[in-house]
Design a protein around this ligand. Structure first.
Ligand SMILES: NC(=O)c1ccc[n+]([C@@H]2O[C@H](COP(=O)([O-])OP(=O)(O)OC[C@H]3O[C@@H](n4cnc5c(N)ncnc54)[C@H](OP(=O)(O)O)[C@@H]3O)[C@@H](O)[C@H]2O)c1
Length: 227
């Protein structure tokens, strides 16, 4: 597959935030039962591995880290990711950051690896339940990160949308339909229902066809560009 580097324009006061999700036609990004993962194809994997290779840092909320950190840490040490990093003239590894109020054994087990790779765990300050998006931005600014990939999951995406700082979404639609039963599936954004006058509106930047899948690249117009 021919992949062209993405250009991202960093806002003045914070890093550029981007994410990618793979969803079924009926909007499901995960089923909380075995047998449904992976949702996308190898081509989708190559696309999102390339996209992630642009990032100085990658951020996960706890549940996504518990489920995927082992694969993630393995994948960033594999040849595909390392080649992309070289092509993009990035240092071999990004900083990996996990947000949680409860850095328990389950999380530490998920982060254990044979590469000696260390994860940064950010926890809330002053008794609050969450790391605020501003605190995350302050941390990333301090570390000099300009491009930050938000891996997920849905509760973290909700917080970034609410703060109006999620600059780009790359959404792969897999040609599948999972259906749904209460509490069995998740969509890309959970834990919030935006009021009608606050519904985030994105602009379509491009459409990439990967055989039967399609990748939609959406950007959030900057506040100054909105009418
Ligand atoms: N299809 C896809 O492309 C895709 C992509 C990403 C994720 N996923 C899936 O999404 C699922 C997870 O989604 P989820 O909604 O259950 O969980 P999630 O968003 O990954 O994690 C939620 C948890 O993270 C912690 N957290 C979130 N924001 C925080 C903050 N600002 N500060 C501190 N802690 C914070 C909280 O737990 P504590 O307070 O207990 O720490 C919260 O309950 C996974 O199964 C993953 O596979 C799918």
């Amino acid at each position: 597959m021919k992949l062209t580097p993405f250009s991202f324009e960093k806002p003045a006061d914070r890093p550029f935030f981007f994410t990618s999700f793979v969803s079924t036609i009926d909007g499901k990004i995960i089923v909380k039962e075995k047998g449904y993962w992976p949702i996308g194809t190898e081509k989708d994997k190559e696309y999102f591995t390339f996209l992630r290779a642009h990032a100085d840092a990658i951020v996960d909320a706890k549940n996504t880290a518990v489920r995927f950190a082992k694969y993630f840490i393995r994948r960033i040490h594999e040849d595909m990711y390392q080649e992309f990093r070289k092509d993009l003239r990035k240092p071999p590894l990004p900083e990996y950051i996990v947000l949680t109020s409860n850095p328990d054994e389950e999380l530490h087990n998920a982060l254990k690896n044979d590469h000696g790779f260390e994860t940064t765990i950010l926890t809330p300050e002053d008794g609050s339940k969450r790391v605020s998006i501003q605190h995350l931005i302050d941390y990333l600014n301090k570390k000099g990160h300009t491009k930050v990939f938000i891996d997920g999951g849905p509760t973290l995406i909700a917080q970034l949308l609410e703060a109006e700082v999620l600059d780009e979404i790359h959404l792969t639609i897999a040609p599948k339909i999972f259906g749904s039963l209460p509490d069995k599936t998740l969509t890309m954004v959970e834990g919030i229902l935006f009021p009608p006058d606050k519904v985030p509106q994105f602009k379509l930047l491009s459409v990439e066809k990967l055989d039967d899948e399609v990748v939609l690249r959406y950007s959030l117009p900057r506040l100054t560009d909105r009418s």
